[in-house]
Write a protein that binds this ligand. Structure first.
Ligand code: ZN
Length: 497
């Protein structure tokens, strides 16, 4: 069996994947900040790492997949530090901060289910791990790499860089950072502007706050991932993943924290998915092109011609290798929708073809072609999760499947074992690993069509005073969870539970 190779952002090359303690694999992926709804940019890491999780499991590994929820009320971006997004949003929406956190966590879980992403093994929250974070900060202070000023604690990046390779992951150089990082208000207490907060003193208006050895405050963003990943996966684990935008400063800071507090690099393999663009533009507030996932599905956004189903989006994302850029456009999504429909209907056809084939194939060339296209799927995934090439091979098989159904290709042209390989390949790759499923969007459309028909028949029989048939239809629908309500104007509406 070919071994899985994955691109390690740390060494910047493809490496054969060797888990620390096989068959166990520890994987940590940075989850969302639940101060708002997930948008299109989030869809990519969600789907990418879901496929990584599914494929590792398929290879027989026991994967402990940890994906956190950032709910501690802070958020750090380059140049903008420790803004209390959750408290601000809570005030705006007149909600208790934890109520807001719950609301957006629920929405996030809903989006993940829409995409058919499997739940992680553990989903820890930052607010549930304040003690662990404080204890890690203390270790860093004891080692002399963090300092306290007025109730806040900062990591001493300059000192760290004197002894350790700061910038090892992102390739950034400390000297350049010292020159380019802007001086921001309220940061005078840091020894150096590149230092980052491990703990921040809470100003009086800050709602989310905890007691600490340095007074009341809240943890910095980076420390939560270091504290939670080491708690559930050990000091060093196999894979750390996230979007490319997290490489710096977030993951670089995680490396520095763990190196000092735990004595080693947190993860062996670092995987980062590339970013998405919308109509060729970077996604961002200034471009007014942030599309929330609920808007993608409903089509309720000025940049969208209409809504696109979660499976269309999933398919669209998987058609591009995760380390390439991906541009969202109406044309791209509509092409993906058609492509996915074509692929899925071939799969339905294949599922319904009876097991057949000959002991000796009548068409040796075709038999070899089908075998090759199926076998290559594994090679492609072993080559740094190349889902795009897997889908391309499945597409090549579509005309063959359709011809098998129409009889243009006789089933005895293939060997029995090739025939079952074909069936197996589609089930394993399309459903189990790529995680695609029948589009429920189109299923809903079909149900709506059937209901229109039934209600118009019911209207006809009622006009003929055939109330027995009318009631029969209503009662039968009721039994399968569909409620029919007669309107005053003689029409009827329905709802499915
Ligand atoms: Zn993280």
């Amino acid at each position: 069996m070919a071994k899985l190779q994955l691109h390690n952002s740390l060494t910047r090359k493809k490496e054969v994947f060797e888990p620390i303690n096989p068959p166990y694999v520890g994987m940590y992926v940075c989850g969302p900040t639940v101060s708002g709804e997930s948008h299109l940019g989030h869809a990519r890491p969600y789907i990418t790492f879901d496929v990584v999780f599914r494929y590792l499991t398929q290879l027989g590994y026991h994967v402990r997949y940890v994906r956190n929820i950032t709910d501690a009320g802070h958020f750090e971006e380059e140049g903008r530090e420790a803004e209390d997004k959750i408290s601000q949003k809570a005030l705006l929406e007149r909600l208790e901060p934890m109520e807001l956190v719950q609301k957006y966590t629920n929405l996030y879980h809903w989006a993940m289910r829409q995409f058919n992403c499997l739940p992680p093994s553990i989903e820890p929250t930052a607010t549930g791990h304040i003690i662990e974070q404080i204890s890690m900060i203390r270790k860093i202070m004891d080692a002399g790499y963090a300092y306290e000023v007025n109730g806040s604690v900062y990591f001493d990046v300059k000192k760290y860089a004197e002894h350790y390779p700061y910038g090892i992951l992102s390739g950034r150089k400390l000297d350049d950072l010292l020159e380019t990082t802007r001086d921001l208000e309220g940061q005078e207490e840091k020894r150096n502007k590149v230092d980052f907060a491990l703990w921040k003193k809470a100003p009086p208006e800050h709602i989310m706050r905890w007691k600490s050895p340095w007074g009341e405050g809240f943890p910095g963003w980076h420390i939560e991932c270091s504290a939670m990943s080491s708690k559930y996966l050990g000091n060093q684990f196999d894979i750390h993943g996230g979007g490319m935008d997290l490489q710096f400063p977030h993951h670089e800071c995680e490396i520095a924290q763990s190196t000092i507090a735990l004595g080693e690099m947190p993860a062996r393999y670092w995987m980062h998915n590339n970013m998405i663009t919308i109509n060729g533009r970077k996604m961002g507030k200034s471009y007014n092109n942030i599309i929330k996932l609920s808007e993608v599905f409903s089509g309720n956004h000025p940049l969208l011609e209409r809504g696109y189903s979660p499976m269309t989006v999933r398919f669209f994302v998987l058609q591009t290798h995760y380390r390439s850029t991906l541009d969202f456009s109406n044309e791209g999504l509509q092409a993906a929708e058609k492509g996915f429909e074509r692929l899925w209907s071939a799969y339905e056809v294949l599922k319904n073809l009876p097991e057949s084939g000959a002991d000796m194939p009548a068409d040796k060339e075709l038999d070899e072609q089908v075998t090759k296209l199926c076998r290559e799927c594994e090679e492609f995934l072993n080559d740094d999760f190349n889902t795009a090439k897997v889908l391309a091979n499945l597409f090549e098989l579509v005309p063959i499947i359709n011809s098998l159904k129409s009889g243009q290709i006789k089933t005895n042209n293939l060997q029995k074992k090739t025939f079952s390989l074909l069936k197996q390949t589609w089930k394993i790759y399309l459903e189990d690993i790529l995680g695609l499923k029948k589009d429920t969007g189109s299923q809903d459309d079909k149900l709506a069509g059937v209901m229109d028909l039934l209600l118009s028949i019911r209207k006809d029989v009622r006009s003929k005073k055939d109330y027995a048939t009318s009631d029969k239809i209503r009662d039968a629908l009721n039994k399968v969870g569909i409620t029919v309500k007669d309107e005053k104007d003689g029409g009827a509406s329905w709802s499915a539970n």
